[in-house]
Design a protein around this ligand. Structure first.
Ligand code: NDP
Ligand code: X2W
Length: 303
């Protein structure tokens, strides 16, 4: 039986992971008394007793828990970090199993895994297959538009929406320095920094990440079908990411995958205009967080 400690299990992502693991006979969830959940000494004792620690914490707190593990040496648990703290850090494996051939095996063997980010998983899922297929040049100027449900902002944002104090819809991070860009660049393999424009709406969960592109900006001036073929190849064996047919009504509901751990990739092409729109749809708390974490955990324990 694998012993697991979820550090931050009272938070949005932690709770979602806890719910997914409840009732699993192969896992023993080790819990810290609520009044000690921020007590470093209590945490260190517990970390020494578990096989895997899943961190569902703000970045600074995640770094503190990793430092506690570092101090434990040989008795340190393996770590799956859901925060943004180690996504591009040396010595960490990126927890997006569908990234490329061999990634699932790398996750299975790693001691330290940085779980994907919600926006980043959508953007990387759209870009990496086209970069690998040679259709997008690494220095292609790109814009990534995205909308998230308010649970993406964690407890404080959830409370402000649920008290009715937040706007129905807003653009944010308009300083254009969003924390998700480094991991998108690193794992999509971009040389040019993409312009990332996130937004949040008055719905709890659900996410669309979209990338508009002139077809003629792609290498070889392909047709929409060539782009679809690249995704079909890349995701042929993926359990949780699939190429989905473009809906006939030309609309996409951001909430349609809520409650699932899946992601859908769509290609909308207007050949006459030579315009292309790539869209990823996911539940930010599912494939964007807790679903991906459980997928990574299962790889780690060989399930
Ligand atoms: N929400 C989402 O869609 C996604 C979130 N993530 C990442 O997951 C991480 C957690 O986010 P999220 O669940 O949304 O955030 P929440 O704010 O909902 O939860 C964070 C939890 O951590 C607790 N906490 C803070 N400091 C400590 C500490 N030192 N020791 C123990 N617990 C502590 C908080 O308690 P308190 O509130 O009392 O301070 C809270 O319960 C973040 O790094 C985020 O980037 C990743 C993917 C998607
Ligand atoms: C709506 C909203 O505020 N979203 C958060 C997502 C943060 C997050 O949890 O990011 P990861 O999924 O990469 O960990 C933000 O943009 O900062």
């Amino acid at each position: 039986m694998t012993k697991i400690f979820i550090d931050g299990d009272a938070g949005t992502t932690g709770l979602e992971i806890r719910e997914r693991l409840a009732g699993r006979a192969d896992i023993e969830l080790v819990v810290i008394p609520p009044e000690k959940r921020k007590d470093a000494a209590a945490k260190r004792d517990l970390l020494a007793k578990v096989d895997i620690a899943i961190l569902c914490l703000p970045d600074d707190a995640a770094k503190e828990t990793v430092a506690l593990c570092d101090a434990l040496g040989e008795s340190a648990p393996r770590i799956l970090d859901a925060s943004t703290a180690h996504r591009v850090a040396e010595g960490w494996v990126y927890g997006f199993a569908e990234l490329c051939a061999g990634q699932a095996e790398a996750i299975a063997a790693a001691r330290r895994i940085a779980n994907v980010g919600c926006y980043a998983s959508g953007a990387i899922a759209l870009l990496r297959p086209l970069i690998d297929a040679g259709l997008i040049k690494p220095d292609q100027p790109l814009t990534i538009n995205a909308v998230s449900g308010y649970s993406g902002g964690g407890r404080q944002m959830i409370e402000s929406y649920e008290r009715g104090e937040a706007p129905e819809f807003e653009l944010y991070a308009l300083g254009l320095e969003h924390k998700h860009v480094p991991e998108i660049m690193a794992y999509a393999r971009l040389d040019a920094r993409p312009l990332f424009a996130p937004s949040v709406g008055n719905f709890r969960q659900g996410m669309l990440v979209s990338i508009p592109l002139p077809l003629d900006a792609l290498r070889g001036g392909p047709a929409g079908g060539d782009v679809e073929a690249a995704y079909a190849r890349h995701y042929a064996d993926a359990k949780h990411v699939r190429l989905a047919p473009a809906p006939a009504n030309g609309r996409l509901d951001a909430l349609a995958l809520n409650g699932t751990d899946d992601m859908e990739v769509f290609v909308f092409a207007n050949e006459a205009r030579r315009h292309l729109l790539l869209v990823a749809r996911l539940d930010n708390l599912g494939k964007g967080a807790a679903g991906a974490a459980v997928q990574n955990l299962d790889l780690m324990i060989g399930k």
